[in-house]
Design a protein around this ligand. Structure first.
Ligand code: SF4
Ligand code: FES
Length: 484
């Protein structure tokens, strides 16, 4: 691993911890609790943790804080100190704390708050697909086969209204995505609406269109976190995979701007047959640019990725190597880099809890305003999706037929219906179940209990062992990319 790696922050009694620019306490009025908002996460806190976290300010040494807590609770100093150090070391290992006041403070996000109506059961995350336009042509693009055109995209003030409605039903985290969200000329206005709504705002970008002054303005407005996607770290191979020249140096530069501004940074690395050998170098890159998180995601095969499955699917052996590599580096890089690892479905034995369970925590809004329970939901038959311009978001979330179609466990068939994991993984991915079995209510074939599992696993192995065909690129419209 790189010698330039950030050193882990060891929290001691003389430390003066504070939250970083991209972590903050938030009053979650919809659920009547206070949470810690951080990149892609909302941490629940017990009363004692909250008491401690409200007092860390980058100036007071922990010894003073522990002394005052020991007096308040008439408890031994050593006992209090042990608990406080344990709590704060956990957050430091997640890279959410710094020693001393953070160099860059959030501008407005700390003070904004949405007019929340107290109603439990709402979503916690909104994925806002601002546009389907994109300068890259990735062969595993997860956007629908039928892309929405620029002239149907919602306006910035319409997004603002959606963000306010989302906050009012309990959304905490907003993911601005695409396509490439920075292809929109009104992106600053959109970020501004998000911050005013009190949402933790995350920009998911390929980074190739960004400039430093633009990113500076995003940070000034109150953007919290940036997620940069990486096709590979080998520049030629990255160009080959993305169908775009010069991506790697630009991503390297943007990652440095992001960190210099104190914003949170995640590197997102979709992994497949054509870049899997470079995974150690990709992780090295994430460490070098001081990302706090890396998402290593084996490709999911739906939408455009199916077209290129045979060119993308890795062998079982190379997949297993990634599992052990990530396990090893997780331990080695504790306090430096946090890992999210999405396993390869064909070689799994249990499915992922796709989207956190259908209609449970996430909602997606497409560029023209269609509300979806997952971003691939339009691949399923017989579902009608409401448009946010025609129906309030709250009504769509709680009452629409599409959101209720696979919510909970009532819709399940065997083996899921009587399985003790049914409330853990909710039967896996509906889109993949339909794709392989032609039945959207079937068990995800990634599950070893599915009757189609053996066929599904063999399909992966067979394709991965055959010579890889050339990519069929995803070209947008006539092939010309048009930012507006
Ligand atoms: Fe999950 Fe269904 Fe498999 Fe049980 S049978 S592990 S609920 S997918
Ligand atoms: Fe649709 Fe998994 S992608 S439920």
């Amino acid at each position: 691993m790189t010698e330039n790696a950030t050193k882990p922050y060891i929290v001691e009694l003389q430390s003066r911890p504070a939250f970083t620019r991209y972590a903050r306490l938030h009053d979650d009025q919809a659920r009547q609790r206070t949470v810690l908002l951080a990149p892609e996460r909302a941490y629940e806190l017990d009363a004692i943790s909250l008491l401690v976290l409200r007092q860390i300010n980058g100036r007071t040494p922990l010894s003073d804080l522990c002394q005052s807590l020991a007096q308040q609770f008439t408890a031994p100093f050593e006992v209090i100190a042990k608990d406080v150090l344990h709590l704060l070391q956990g957050l430091a290992d997640k890279r959410l704390l710094c020693d001393g006041p953070p160099e860059q403070l959030p501008t407005t996000a700390l003070t904004t708050r949405a007019p929340i109506s107290p109603r439990a059961g709402g979503p916690t995350g909104l994925l806002a697909e601002l546009t389907h336009r994109c300068p890259l042509q990735c062969p595993y693009c997860s956007n629908p086969l039928e892309l929405e055109r620029a002239n149907t995209e919602l306006q910035a003030d319409q997004w603002g209204e959606i963000f306010r409605q989302a906050a009012s039903i309990g959304v905490l985290q907003l993911h601005l995505s695409g396509g490439e969200p920075t292809a929109r000329r009104d992106i600053e206005e959109i970020i501004s609406h998000a911050v005013k709504a009190g949402l933790y705002t995350n920009l998911i970008t390929s980074a190739v269109l960004l400039t430093q002054p633009q990113l500076q303005r995003f940070a000034d407005i109150g953007l919290d976190h940036v997620q940069i996607s990486i096709q590979d770290i080998d520049a030629d191979n990255a160009d080959y995979i993305s169908g775009y020249r010069g991506g790697v140096p630009k991503k390297y530069q943007v990652a440095q701007w992001v960190r210099n501004l104190g914003l949170g940074l995640t590197i997102n690395a979709p992994i497949h047959r054509q870049n899997i050998e470079n995974l150690p170098k990709i992780i090295d890159f994430a460490v070098e640019v001081d990302a706090q998180r890396i998402e290593i995601a084996h490709i999911q095969y739906y939408a455009w990725a199916i077209t290129n499955r045979a060119a993308l699917i890795p062998t079982r052996e190379t997949f297993l190597k990634t599992v052990s590599l990530v396990e090893e580096l997780k331990a080695q890089l504790k306090g430096v880099l946090n890992f999210d690892f999405v396993v390869h479905d064909h070689y799994a034995t249990r499915p992922k809890t796709c989207t956190g369970g259908w209609g449970q925590s996430i909602l997606v809004v497409t560029p023209s305003g269609k509300a979806l329970p997952c971003h691939a939901a339009q691949t399923l038959p017989n579902l009608t999706f409401d448009n946010v311009l025609e129906r309030p978001l709250e009504e769509i979330w709680f009452q629409s037929s599409a959101f209720n179609a696979f919510r909970g466990t009532e819709w399940m068939k065997e083996p899921c219906r009587s399985c003790d994991r049914r409330k853990i993984d909710f039967g896996g991915c509906r889109c993949q179940a339909f794709l392989v079995t032609n039945d959207p209510a079937a068990t995800d074939p990634a599950c070893s209990l599915s009757p189609q599992h053996a066929f599904f696993a063999a399909l992966g192995e067979d394709e991965s062992l055959a010579p890889a065909p050339a990519f069929i690129y995803r070209r947008f419209g006539s092939g010309a990319f048009d930012a507006n």
